[in-house]
Design a protein around this ligand. Structure first.
Ligand code: SF4
Ligand code: SF4
Length: 288
């Protein structure tokens, strides 16, 4: 089963949930944690994995031989990402914007565009005890997270549980990380900001056709607008974590919640049971 852990914005407790769920489950299931928050991966700070391998991630970007170029502008016209421009007698590729789709080289009438590899980051893998661990790092200054996320997800196991820590927000990297999940846990907090970003995250996962449930973190910090919204949308709250100074202290010291407060292990196992029930019920529904 693939469970993604997402949130409409950063700082809601995604890492806390991903790492504690992995640690709570590892006695029952074959668990792997895939940290797809490649701009700022931090699950390793909590799980302290032993890294045993790494691989550079590259994309193919255009290289133009202007000696045969007629400056027709076709490459710039076909690029959906404004990653190549033709200005007078100059062709200017912008490699940081390039998605590596290959359209410009394919459609150049003079065939003067070739492709060259551009390294944008790295994927590392290893284990933390018996928990499998994979994460990606996007090189600082690069913008193309999805190719690295795809590489991290390519290590998903076909048995047991893969937990995907999704980048914050609702943009392309989030879609890339969440798609293909059996279930998405949305971590939020009961504030007006939390509600605004939660509603965007709910829209994103529902457009992907992925069932979701909520982990309400820092409960007690705000009002009840998030609960009201969830009731209207018929989205279940599967776990509530209170605003608690001791939980915040553990987090700030890089100690997973279920390690620092083992009484939480049972709550995370119940969370997993609820997710499993929803997924099984949905998979056995005749409407599927
Ligand atoms: S499509 Fe090819 S020939 Fe036309 S401007 Fe671009 S590189 Fe030059
Ligand atoms: S490979 Fe695709 S994204 Fe990159 S410059 Fe060419 S058309 Fe644009």
């Amino acid at each position: 089963m693939i469970i993604s852990i997402a949130s409409g914005k950063g700082g809601t407790g995604k890492t806390l949930v991903a790492t504690s769920l992995a640690l709570a489950l590892n006695e029952l299931e074959h668990v792997q944690l895939l940290d797809c928050d490649v701009e700022e991966p931090n699950d390793h700070l909590f799980l302290e994995p032993e890294i045993i391998g790494s691989r550079a991630v590259s994309i193919q970007v255009p290289s133009v031989d202007e000696t045969g170029c007629t400056y027709c502008g076709e490459c710039a016209r076909v690029c959906a990402y404004n990653a190549i421009a033709v200005l007078g007698n100059r062709v200017l590729p912008f490699p940081q914007l390039c998605h590596g789709c290959g359209a410009c080289s394919y459609l150049c009438p003079e065939k003067v565009i070739t492709e060259e590899s551009r390294e944008i980051g790295v994927v590392e893998w290893g284990h933390s005890g018996i928990i499998g661990f994979v994460h990606g790092h996007l090189t600082v200054g690069e913008a193309m997270a999805p190719p690295i996320i795809r590489q991290v997800k390519s290590y998903a196991i076909n048995h047991g549980v893969d937990i995907i820590d999704v980048p914050p927000g609702t943009s392309c990297p989030v879609v890339e990380a969440v798609k293909g999940s059996d279930f998405c846990l949305l971590v939020t907090e009961p504030t007006s900001f939390g509600l605004n970003d939660l509603a965007l995250a709910v829209q994103t996962v529902s457009q992907l056709g992925i069932p979701c449930g909520i982990v309400l973190n820092r409960a007690g910090v705000g009002g009840n607008e998030v609960e009201q919204y969830l009731m209207e949308k018929n989205i279940p709250i599967l776990l509530t974590i209170p605003l608690d100074i001791e939980i915040a202290r553990l987090y700030s010291r890089g100690i997973p919640l279920v390690t620092g407060m083992p009484q939480w292990r049972a709550s995370f196992l119940q969370l997993f049971d609820k997710v499993t029930d929803i997924v099984h019920e949905r998979n056995s529904s005749p409407e599927r």
